[in-house]
Design a protein around this ligand. Structure first.
Ligand code: ADP
Length: 503
């Protein structure tokens, strides 16, 4: 009887279930969207019950489609939208409010005040958690629920409530409330978890005024956390893996060694580099995070993101209207041999790592009479690679590991021109896998390793197959010239929207 691993991929706009076989091939997929709530500008919420129900529906559907029973599921692995915060009643299993989503900025004022009134805490959080104090992470979202939902703080003090990110919530529901855990990679995104000691931190909880009784037990990413209640799939199935989406993608891309990195080219770009078993703190505005806990070891990663990546191609399509579809950008870019000295810096919402300039705004520079729309399209595509390269260079500096290879996924990794340019400008081989479902694969590997479905890393490496490798072809002089031009263009964007100082 052939057995499979079930990956539950709990995303930001939809939940999916993918069944993988031993060769790492997808044998069944089901997907369902759920509702997004925007109660105020900048606020984003989900209904935690809907997240659970949609996840259960797609899990059952994936089994049904493949004609597989629970007995053929060797284990379940969960990967999830990170940082999204849920608080629920331990007895009834009912959430006390909607989930506060990672994108939600409602705690901006609180974080600004905390940093202004107690500047010393910035360093305390950075050293213990590897993070910066920002509304993005779970900590201040938990506090918001405690302070704003009537009666919740009192119930929390009495130990009646539980907090969890989406992994934790789904495990709680799947086990009918028997298990309240999270994995290290998810815990490391809360602002409450000490990434060196692998413990929830009393001092951090005190600063944010969060009772520790709320917190789940933190466990490795590859670990048998419990079994599903027989009601859901007809019998019990082991839940044996969990990890945040970006960390799972790093594992699914088999970036097992220090210096190996992955880049997901979606709307934005998410870069993570494996930095081995010692966490290094960044001097370039990257965050340090737990990549995974596996085989009694913890592996760390540096993480940085580019706000506008594929979104710049959407801008070409929807605002400039110079392409009909995003993939067309490749055809136009290759109609010219270079950008004719033109650079596009799509700093539409400021610049993130390593510049951290909220006042930067986009520019098209180097225009001469001969620059045409193909040059601008090409320069826009190149900007995805230049921005990613800025983050990669910061990672190399912080970690001391030279970039050995970059594995890619996400919608825009299909663009061959972009991939070749990334190889050229970063002077590293770019490897595009045949299966770009790396996030779900990572979760299934964590689960499969915990139950010996796969024996070890070598067993998994066999499953990662390459679609195409792009080798650097640009000579050093040309690379340096292009990078100089890019830096000049970035300099023009800096501080553009800064409010004028009042005299
Ligand atoms: P997300 O998960 O963030 O929604 P996806 O991974 O689905 O993003 O990727 C979609 C993004 O990739 C869009 O911004 C789109 O413009 C861009 N994109 C998709 N295909 C291509 C392509 N062939 N060339 C350039 N950009 C592309």
């Amino acid at each position: 009887m052939e057995t499979y691993i079930m990956a539950l991929d709990a995303g930001t706009t939809s939940n999916r279930c993918i069944l993988f076989n031993h060769r790492g091939e997808m044998v069944s997929v089901a997907q369902k969207e759920f509702q997004q709530f925007f109660p105020h500008p900048g606020w984003v919420e989900h209904d935690a019950n809907e997240i659970w129900q949609t996840q259960l529906i797609v899990a059952r559907e994936a089994l049904r489609k493949a004609g597989i029973t629970y007995r053929q599921v060797a284990a379940i692995g969960i990967t999830n939208q990170r940082e999204t915060t849920i608080v629920w009643d331990r007895k009834t299993g009912q959430p006390v409010s909607n989930a506060i989503v990672w994108q939600c900025r409602r705690t901006s004022d609180f974080t600004e005040r905390l940093k202004a009134d107690y500047p010393e805490v910035v360093d305390i959080f950075r050293k213990k958690t590897g993070l910066v104090i920002d509304p993005y992470f779970s900590g201040t979202k938990i506090r918001w629920i405690l302070d704003n939902v009537p009666g919740v703080r009192e119930r929390a003090e009495k130990g009646e409530l539980a907090f969890g990110t989406v992994d934790s919530w789904l495990i709680y529901k799947l086990t009918k409330g028997r298990v309240h855990v999270t994995d290290y990679s998810n815990a490391s995104r809360t602002l409450l978890f000490n990434i060196h000691t692998l413990q929830w931190d009393e001092e951090l909880c005190r600063i944010l005024d969060i009772p520790m009784s709320l917190l789940p037990e933190a466990k490795p990413s590859s670990w048998v956390y419990g079994e599903t209640d027989p009601e859901f799939f007809g019998g019990p199935v082991k839940i044996a893996g969990a990890g945040g989406d970006q960390q799972c993608a790093l594992f699914g891309q088999t970036c097992f060694n220090p210096g190996e990195a992955k880049n997901t080219y979606g709307t934005g770009a998410f870069l993570l580099m494996n930095i081995g078993e010692k966490p290094v703190l960044s001097n370039n505005g990257l965050v340090t995070t737990i990549a995974w806990g596996l085989d009694n070891k913890v592996v760390y990663a540096l993480e940085g993101s580019v706000y506008v990546a594929g979104a710049a191609i959407q801008w070409l399509r929807d605002e400039l209207r110079v392409v009909d579809s995003s993939p067309d950008s490749e055809y136009y870019a290759t109609r010219v041999k270079d950008t004719n000295g033109c650079y596009v810096v799509p700093a539409f919402t400021g610049l993130g790592a390593p510049y951290w300039d909220p006042y930067a705004r986009g520019v098209i520079t180097g225009l001469t009479r001969g620059v045409n729309k193909y040059h601008i399209i090409r320069a826009t595509l190149e900007s995805l690679a230049f921005q990613s390269n800025d983050v990669l260079e910061a990672m190399e500096k912080d970690s001391g590991y030279p970039l050995s290879s970059l594995k890619v996924d996400g919608g825009a990794c299909r663009n061959d021109f972009l991939m070749q340019f990334q190889a050229d400008i970063s002077n590293a081989p770019i490897r595009r896998p045949s299966c770009v479902e790396t996030t779900a694969m990572g979760a299934s590997y964590f689960a499969g390793l915990a139950v010996s479905y796969w024996e070890g890393r070598d067993d998994i490496l066999k499953n990662w197959s390459i679609d195409r490798e792009f080798m650097p072809r640009m000579n050093q002089d040309e690379r340096e010239k292009q990078l100089r031009g890019w830096r000049q263009a970035v300099a023009v964007t800096r501080g553009w929207a800064k409010p004028e100082e009042k005299a």
